[in-house]
Design a protein around this ligand. Structure first.
Ligand SMILES: Nc1ncnc2c1ncn2[C@@H]1O[C@H](COP(=O)(O)OP(=O)(O)OP(=O)(O)O)[C@@H](O)[C@H]1O
Length: 522
C-alpha cells in the first residue's frame, strides 16, 4: 500500500468512534476494521486477552473481510510459556512489527499455533494494551504478505492504545454480565419449572366437582381484576390461584405467595414492601419485598384476613396509588402486580366487627370464587386418591403396583374430610408408608367395622403425620434389630428405599443403630 498522509486527529476521532461505538465487541471490531483498513493494511484483526486464572489466551473477537477463519477461542499455556510470553511483551513495548512471521520469536509462533488458527499470517502488527502497569490484552493485525507493516502503521495504531484499553475493560465487563444474566435466567426458569411441578399444575376435579370454579377461573384469568378465593382450609385455594395465574397473560411472570398469617407482625411490612439499607437495626442490605418480586406477575395473599390493621392501611394505599415505598425509602416504586387473595375466614363478619377494613375488602373482593369443601364434591375423591397415590409412590420410589378395592373407596367417599383435600393427601401418604401390600385398604384410618363412627371419630383417628411415621419407623427398626439396609432391614420391612428411610430418620430425629446409640444410619 502506498503511504499517504493521514491526519492523526481525524484518524483518532473516526477510529475511536467505532471502537467505543458498541458494547458488543464483534460489532465494534467489524466497524473499526472497515474504517481502518483504508489506512493500515490487514487481512484479519483480533482482540485477545490473557486469563490468569485458567492460564489461557482467549480471543474475544476476530474480524476479516472474507470468510471468517477458524481457530480455538481459548488456548491453555504452561507456566513457563506464560513467563516467556510476558517477558516478550515487556521487551517488545507497546507496538510490535513482525514482518516475517517465520522468524518471529518462538513464543509468538507457539501462541499462534496453540489457537489452531488457519490464518496464514506472514506479517503482523501488534498493539499491547496495558493499564496502570497491568496487561489487559492485545490487538493484532495480520497480513498474508511478508513485509507489510511500517513504523507509520505502528504509530497510527499506537494512537489508539487508550480507546482500545478503555473499550477492552467495558467489553469484558459486558461479557461477564451477559454470562451471569444467562445463568440467572436459566436458573430462574429451572426453579420456576421445579416449583410448578411441586405445586402440581393439574387441578383434579376440573371437569367434575370444580367445574363451576374452573369456569369462573376461565372468565377472570384474562383480566387484571383482583380475585378473592374463599373456602375452608385445605380445599385447594392455592391450587386455584395458581390456575388463574397460569391461564393469564402474566403466566411467564412470577407467582409470589405471601402467607399473611405466618409472618411475624414486626416483619410483615418489610416482607411485603421491602426496605432500604439502614432502615432499622439489622437492615444491612436493601431488600426487595414480595410486591416488587411479583412485578409483571401475580401476588397471592393467602390468609389475607390475618393482616394486622396497620398493614391493611398500607396495602390499601399501594392498591390505590399503584406505587409503593420501601420501609425507610422515599422514592415511589411503580407496582405492576395482579392480586389474588384467599381466606378461610368469614371476611364479611370481620368487616362488620371492625377487624378488617371495609375499603380494603371492597378492593380485594372484586371477583369472589367460592371453593366447595371436599365433602360436597365426593365424586372428585377417586381421582384425587389415584393422583396422590401416584405422586407419593414416585416420591417414595415404590414401584410395586397398587389397587384400591371399591369398598375402601366408598369409605373414603363417605368420610367428611374436615381437613379437606390436604387431609386426604395426608391419609394417602400414611397409608403408603404403613401398608406395604399391593392392596390399599385404608383400614387404619377408616375402620370397616364402624363406618358411621367416622364422622365423629375423626379427632381421635387423625394424628400428626410425623408421629405416625415415627412410630412405624421405630417399630420396623425394632423388628429388624436396628438394621436399616439389606435383607430383613427396616427399609425392606417398610418397603421403601434405604436412603429415603435414612433421610426420614434424620428429619424426625430417630436415633440410629441397634441400640439407638450410633450417630449414623447403616
Ligand atoms: N383440585 C386439586 N387437585 C390437585 N391437588 C389439590 C387439589 N386441591 C388441593 N390439592 C392439594 O391439596 C393440598 C392443599 O391445597 P391448597 O394448599 O391449595 O389448599 P388451601 O385451601 O390453599 O389451604 P390453606 O387454607 O391451608 O391455605 C396441596 O398439596 C394441593 O396440591
Amino acid at each position: 500500500m502506498k503511504e499517504t498522509h493521514i491526519d492523526d486527529y481525524h484518524f483518532f476521532r473516526e477510529a475511536t468512534l467505532r471502537i467505543c461505538g458498541s458494547l458488543h465487541v464483534q460489532d465494534a471490531l467489524d466497524a473499526f476494521r472497515v474504517y481502518a483498513e483504508t489506512c493500515i493494511p490487514m487481512d484479519e484483526i483480533r482482540i485477545a486477552f490473557f486469563d490468569e486464572r485458567s492460564s489461557s489466551g482467549i480471543i474475544l473477537a476476530d474480524s476479516s473481510p472474507g470468510e471468517p477463519s477458524h481457530f480455538t477461542r481459548s488456548a491453555r499455556f504452561t507456566q513457563s510459556e506464560l513467563q516467556r510470553y510476558r517477558k516478550a511483551l515487556l521487551r517488545d513495548g507497546t507496538t510490535l512489527i513482525i514482518n516475517d512471521f517465520d522468524h518471529a520469536d518462538e513464543i509468538y509462533r507457539i501462541a499462534h499455533a496453540r489457537h489452531k488458527t488457519d490464518v496464514s499470517a506472514r506479517s503482523k502488527l501488534r498493539l499491547n494494551l496495558t493499564r496502570e502497569g497491568h496487561a489487559l490484552g492485545v490487538v493484532t493485525l495480520f497480513s498474508n504478505k511478508k513485509h507489510t507493516y511500517t513504523q507509520q502503521h505502528a504509530r497510527l495504531l499506537e494512537l489508539l492504545h487508550d480507546p482500545f484499553a478503555m473499550a477492552m475493560s467495558n467489553w469484558r465487563q459486558h461479557l461477564t454480565l451477559t454470562h451471569y444474566q444467562k445463568i440467572l435466567k436459566d436458573d430462574c426458569q429451572f426453579y420456576r419449572e421445579a416449583l410448578e411441578k411441586r405445586a402440581g399444575k393439574d387441578v383434579i376435579g376440573a371437569e367434575t366437582g370444580l367445574k363451576g370454579v374452573m369456569a369462573m377461573v376461565g372468565k377472570v384469568a384474562g383480566t387484571n381484576s383482583p380475585v378473592m378465593i374463599l373456602g375452608e382450609t385445605g380445599v385447594g385455594k392455592e391450587v386455584v390461584a395458581n390456575a388463574i395465574h397460569n391461564a393469564s397473560e402474566r403466566r411467564n411472570g412470577p407467582f409470589i405467595k405471601v402467607n399473611c398469617g405466618a409472618i411475624p407482625e414486626s416483619l410483615i411490612d418489610s416482607e411485603l414492601f421491602g426496605h432500604e439499607k439502614g432502615a432499622f437495626t439489622g437492615a444491612t442490605q436493601s431488600h426487595r419485598g414480595r410486591f416488587e418480586r411479583a412485578s409483571g406477575g401475580t401476588l397471592f395473599l393467602d390468609e389475607v384476613g390475618e393482616l394486622p390493621p396497620q398493614v391493611q392501611v398500607r396495602l390499601l394505599r399501594v392498591l390505590q396509588h399503584r406505587t409503593l415505598e420501601r420501609v425507610g425509602g422515599t422514592e415511589p416504586i411503580p407496582v405492576d402486580v395482579r392480586i389474588i387473595s384467599a381466606t378461610h375466614r368469614d371476611l364479611t363478619s370481620m368487616v362488620e366487627e371492625g377487624l378488617f377494613r371495609q375499603d380494603l375488602w371492597f378492593r380485594l373482593d372484586v371477583f369472589p370464587i367460592n371453593i366447595p369443601p371436599l365433602r360436597d364434591r365426593t365424586m372428585d375423591i377417586p381421582d384425587l386418591v389415584h393422583h396422590f397415590v401416584g405422586d407419593k409412590c414416585r416420591e417414595l420410589k415404590r414401584h410395586t403396583p397398587w389397587k384400591i378395592p371399591e369398598e375402601a373407596m366408598e369409605r373414603l367417599k363417605h368420610y367428611p374430610w374436615p381437613g379437606n383435600v390436604r387431609e386426604l393427601q395426608n391419609v394417602v401418604e400414611r397409608e403408603l408408608i404403613l401398608n406395604s401390600d399391593e392392596t390399599l385398604t385404608f383400614d387404619r384410618f377408616l375402620p370397616r367395622s364402624a363406618p358411621h363412627a367416622l364422622e365423629t371419630s375423626s379427632q381421635t383417628v387423625v394424628e400428626p403425620l410425623d408421629t405416625v411415621v415415627t412410630r412405624a419407623i421405630e417399630a420396623a427398626l425394632k423388628a429388624a434389630r436396628g438394621k436399616v439396609q439389606g435383607k430383613g432391614g427396616a427399609a425392606a420391612l417398610l418397603k421403601i428405599n434405604a436412603n429415603t428411610l435414612r433421610a426420614r430418620m434424620q428429619k424426625l430425629g430417630i436415633r440410629f443403630g441397634r441400640h439407638g446409640g450410633d450417630n449414623a444410619p447403616r
